[in-house]
Structures are given as structure tokens and as C-alpha cells.
Write a protein that binds this ligand. Structure first.
Ligand code: ATP
Length: 365
């Protein structure tokens, strides 16, 4: 692969979005975003329904024209360039396979249209099917495949074109949970093997955290945070990110003053909090709050406790069931407890300097 003239692979971004905007009537689907995606990266765009992820992806693909702003792929301005002249391919959630064609015909279709010679076509077909572990399936029809296999055919059909960037729009959305989790691991392995830049749209935070090198969290047409999964989870920049990626466990208003000792919006992740007896003495580097267990949810390897705080609000606590049986876990219901956590695990969230006007106390998602 070669970079744009005068640039090296190392310093040119695979994708660069500059003040990218898309307006549909009076809806700002994408409201002026700036973003850089690195070469060879598995990058996810995460956000709730309607936050602008798909529209952004479609603009990168060239299916949608921006209202304003610029799109650069490997240093080349492609803002007005049609989809087929961009070095990208898209894998859609519904696969869009031709049912009357075999797997081989489906995968090699793009090469046929571009009149790639037969011998090369066959070589590339074999290579693409090998990448997605579907050797030997080329004579089958889509109707004779499982959902996961159909998804891999769709992937092979994109990979055979050897794009520099692969765009994936909720590609695992139609699969059941177990298959989805298997395919997440497989997709990541394929991406590492082929080294192509993957841009992955999902509303599933766990999926984004599992697969991505970095991710962008979208909200209302804007990007709230860009970072590695650990950055976004452990250091959420805003209350929205804290709530959307993981359990929000917000402390604010009266509760923040009572528990943290100052005004602002704070969060403590559920797995950083431990349950102790009410008379336990927190260590100097710890903070604590009294409450009682309102609800116990036994989840096999973990238990989730929802604890009502005496100062108002509630916090979610998760504990691994290392030595706890389900009976012991469930017996905690209604018990008075002291929640204890290390000061270093309290995160201060953006927008914390002034009143937020959207409620007081502790909230958990
Ligand atoms: P989802 O996960 O549901 O696909 P998303 O984050 O991908 O959501 P988009 O599909 O990009 O969100 O939509 C962003 C906003 O733009 C939404 O309010 C949507 O209704 C609107 N929108 C998207 N496409 C069109 C269109 N073709 N015409 C009018 N409005 C549109």
C-alpha cells in the first residue's frame, strides 16, 4: 500500500474529518465533527440510536454528501468523490448477499464487474475465503448458511477488493448474543491479520470496548470523547459518556457535598466499590457512604447490589462471587451497609463546575 504523494504511512491519517456536517431539513444529524482515524486501527463509532454514527459512516463511504466540511482519506480530499472512486468498502448489517448466487459468485462479484482476469479472480477468492475461514463453502448458496457464515461471506466480499479502509455498520446486529461474541473475537483477529483500517459502527458499548483500539462516543450529532477503551471507561470526559459507557453511578448536588465533600459531578465505577459493615472504618485514602441494599441481582460470576444512600440517591456495586454463594449474596437484601472506595477511583466529570439543572443526588443507570 502507498500513501498519498509526499506523505508517509506513519504520519498520514487513514481518515480525517474536518468540521463535517450533515443536515436533513432542520435536523443536524452530524453537527460539525473533527476526527482522525489512524492507519491500521480498529476504530469504533459508539452512540445511541440517532446520534449520527451511520450518517458519518455513509459520508466516509460517499453514499451521503456532507452539508459542509471535509473528508480526507489518506491525505486525499474525497469530499466530492463518488463511492466507487474511494478506497473503501462497506459491510452492511443485512449482508445484502445475492440469494441466487453461490458463495463464490457473491464474493467474487465485484471482481467480475471490474473484469479482473479469471485466474487472478480465483486466487483472490481463495484468499478471501481463507481469511474468513470459509474454505470449501464456495459452492453453497446463502440460504444454506448460518447467520454467522453469511456475515463472513459479506466480509469476504468486501475484503476481496483489498480496500484500505473497511466500513462496518452494525454488522453483527442480526446475530444472537453467543454468536455475536464469537464473531467479535473473530472480526478483531481478521482485522489484525489483514491490517486494514476498520471503522465499526455500533450502539453496543461492550462490543466497542472489546474490539476497538480507539473509539469515538457520539451524542446528538457530536463527538463527546475519543480515546482507547480504557480511557473512555476509566476516565469518561462527560456525564453522557459515563452513563453510556458502563453504569453511570453519578454523585452530584447534596450527595456530592455530603460524600465527596465538594460540589460537582463525580462517578465511581460499580466494581471499584466494596460493601462493608456500617461500623467499618475507611482507611485514610478511602471514602465511604452509609446506606442499605435495595436490590440484589445474582449474575453467576458477579452480583450486582443497588444501594440506597442515607444522604439520598443510589449507587450500583458489583462484586465478583469469588467465595460468595448465591444464598449469601441474596441474603444481603435490605441490610444496612457502608460503601467504601479509594479516593483515586472517584472521577470528576465535565460540566461539573456549575449547576446542571437536571437533578440532584446519586443516580445509577
Ligand atoms: P442508528 O444506530 O439508529 O442507526 P445513528 O447514530 O446511526 O442511529 P443516524 O442514522 O446517523 O444515527 O441518524 C442521525 C439523525 O439523522 C437521526 O435523527 C435521523 O433520524 C436523521 N436522519 C438520518 N438519515 C436521514 C435521512 N435520510 N433523512 C432525514 N433524516 C435522516
Amino acid at each position: 500500500m502507498t500513501a498519498a504523494p509526499g506523505m508517509t504511512q506513519a504520519n498520514v491519517a487513514a481518515v480525517r474529518l474536518e468540521q463535517l456536517t450533515k443536515r436533513f431539513g432542520d435536523v443536524d444529524a452530524v453537527a460539525g465533527i473533527d476526527l482522525e482515524i489512524r492507519d491500521g486501527e480498529f476504530f469504533s463509532m459508539l452512540g445511541p440510536s440517532g446520534s449520527g454514527k451511520t450518517t458519518t459512516l455513509r459520508m466516509i463511504a460517499g453514499f451521503e454528501t456532507p452539508s459542509s466540511g471535509q473528508i480526507l482519506l489518506y491525505g486525499r480530499d474525497v469530499t466530492g468523490v463518488p463511492p466507487f472512486d474511494r478506497d473503501v468498502n462497506t459491510v452492511f448489517q443485512d449482508y445484502a448477499l445475492f440469494p441466487h448466487m453461490t458463495v463464490g459468485e457473491n464474493v467474487a462479484y465485484g471482481l467480475m464487474v471490474r473484469r479482473v482476469p479469471r485466474l487472478e479472480r480465483e486466487e483472490r477468492l481463495t484468499e478471501a475465503l481463507r481469511m474468513v475461514r470459509l474454505e470449501g463453502y464456495q459452492g453453497r448458496r446463502p440460504g444454506q448458511l448460518s447467520g454467522g457464515q453469511r456475515q463472513r461471506v459479506a466480509l469476504a466480499r468486501a475484503l476481496i477488493n483489498r480496500p484500505r479502509i473497511l466500513l462496518l455498520d452494525e454488522p453483527l446486529g442480526a446475530l444472537d448474543l453467543k454468536l455475536r461474541e464469537e464473531m467479535q473475537i473473530e472480526l478483531k483477529a481478521i482485522q489484525q491479520q489483514v491490517g486494514i483500517t476498520f471503522i465499526y459502527v455500533t450502539h453496543d458499548q461492550e462490543e466497542a470496548l472489546t474490539m476497538s483500539d480507539r473509539l469515538a462516543v457520539f451524542n446528538r450529532g457530536q463527538i463527546e470523547q475519543v480515546g482507547s477503551p480504557a480511557d473512555v471507561y476509566e476516565r469518561p470526559a462527560t456525564t453522557f459518556v459515563a452513563g453510556f459507557v458502563g453504569t453511570s453511578n453519578l454523585l452530584r448536588g447534596e450527595t456530592a457535598r455530603a460524600v465527596i465533600g465538594s460540589d460537582g459531578i463525580y462517578t465511581v465505577r460499580p466494581e471499584k466499590i466494596r460493601l462493608a459493615s456500617p461500623d467499618a472504618e475507611p482507611a485514610p485514602d478511602e471514602q465511604s457512604a452509609l446506606g442499605h441494599v435495595r436490590e440484589v441481582v445474582y449474575l453467576g460470576s458477579d452480583t450486582r447490589y443497588i444501594v440506597e444512600l442515607d444522604v439520598g440517591g443510589a449507587l450500583v456495586v458489583t462484586q465478583q462471587n469469588l467465595e460468595t454463594s448465591s444464598m449469601e449474596a441474596l441474603a444481603a437484601q435490605d441490610r444496612p451497609v457502608r460503601l467504601v472506595w479509594k479516593r483515586q477511583h472517584v472521577l470528576t466529570l465535565g460540566g461539573s463546575s456549575g449547576p446542571t439543572g437536571d437533578g440532584e443526588g446519586a443516580e445509577s443507570a
